[in-house]
Design a protein around this ligand. Structure first.
Ligand code: BDR
Ligand code: CA
Length: 312
């Protein structure tokens, strides 16, 4: 079976961390690089956290590139109350052995995509879309050359999680998201409408915690942290599993149902900044965007548990 070349662009972030571990444990993916962005916490922290996860998973062959320190034209807005001050919940952070790679995230994305056949490199975006927007500004031909772009972001029927109208990743850099959606890239979007269906319940966390490996126990601790925060701030008994859905979709698209659409992002209004306007009245044959509406949550969690078992 042909391995899917992939770059993960992320802001770890407890759920990003679980998404990274899922990818590290999945041999069908040829993980070319992890790129980081400021989002949940500062760029310095998200980059260190990605390097920590890489070390825990023993995947020192995967370079980590640091990306944008701030959104295109907004001040950075963090979500540390959902991820802990260091971004990895209660996990003890440390300075990893391997350094960050030389060059920027945008350059790394451009190089990987432009030096491989058209459509060969997929991109999973788990944070604000600043790095891809910068890459597209520098190399607009990327829009045609990129393989599948799968994004965690946005909200339609569920409403927002950072404001009434907006989901955090799109809200954090609405201008970047608007540019990416307008660029012509093929983008599949997993917003809150679907990630709220993929619930880290007590039983699902317990199934992961029962495994012996460090990575599985780390993932269980991250999920428990999210569950505690969700209980305290939102009042739910379970935390939604956002970012790992992007990797799960690449591995097993049959676990999800996606609808062709056109997505635009509100960039000007203070009230509805970052709102994703999803138009389903499009020609399915030429639609560049897909909005995911349904997930098989049991299957997604079983996949995560199975892949974590392969890691140290
Ligand atoms: C998204 O926002 C971040 O806080 C999470 O890591 C996820 O990417 C969910 O809205
Ligand atoms: Ca994230």
């Amino acid at each position: 079976m042909q391995r899917q070349s992939l770059i993960i662009d992320c802001d770890p972030g407890v759920d990003d961390a679980v998404g990274l571990l899922l990818a590290f444990g999945s041999s069908e993916l040829d993980l070319l690089a992890v790129t980081t962005v400021a989002g949940n916490v500062s760029l310095e922290r998200t980059t260190r956290n990605a390097r920590i996860l890489r070390q825990l998973a023993g995947r020192t062959n995967v370079p980590v590139f640091a990306g944008a320190q701030r959104p295109l034209r907004r001040p950075p807005g963090e979500a540390a109350e959902f991820h802990g001050a260091e971004g990895l919940g209660v996990l003890e952070t440390f300075e990893p052995d391997l350094p960050v790679a030389e060059g920027t995230a945008a350059q790394a994305i451009i190089e990987a995509v432009m030096n491989r056949p058209e459509g060969a490199v997929a991109l999973a975006i788990m944070g604000p879309m600043t790095n891809l927007a910068l890459a597209l500004r520098a190399e607009p031909r990327m829009a045609e050359r990129l393989g599948p772009v799968v994004v965690m972001g946005g909200a339609r029927s569920e409403g927002g999680n950072i404001t009434a109208s907006a989901e955090f990743n799109i809200w954090a850099d609405p201008d970047a998201a608007a540019e990416v959606f307008a660029s012509g890239c093929r983008v599949t979007v997993l917003g809150l409408d679907v990630t709220h269906q993929v619930r880290a319940t007590q039983a699902r966390i317990a199934a992961i915690a029962a495994q012996a490996g460090t990575c599985a126990r780390t993932a269980a601790s991250l999920l428990r942290f999210s569950q505690d925060v969700e209980r305290r701030i939102v009042g739910w008994e379970w935390a939604p599993l956002h970012d790992p859905c992007t990797v799960a979709w690449l591995l097993k698209p049959e676990f999800f149902r996606a609808v062709p659409c056109r997505i635009e992002v509100e960039t000007e209004s203070d009230l509805t900044r970052g709102h994703t306007a999803v138009e389903f009245r499009v020609d399915p044959a030429s639609a560049r965007h897909h909005w995911v509406v349904e997930a098989d949550a049991d299957a997604v969690f079983a996949l995560i548990a199975e892949r974590l078992e392969r890691l140290p």
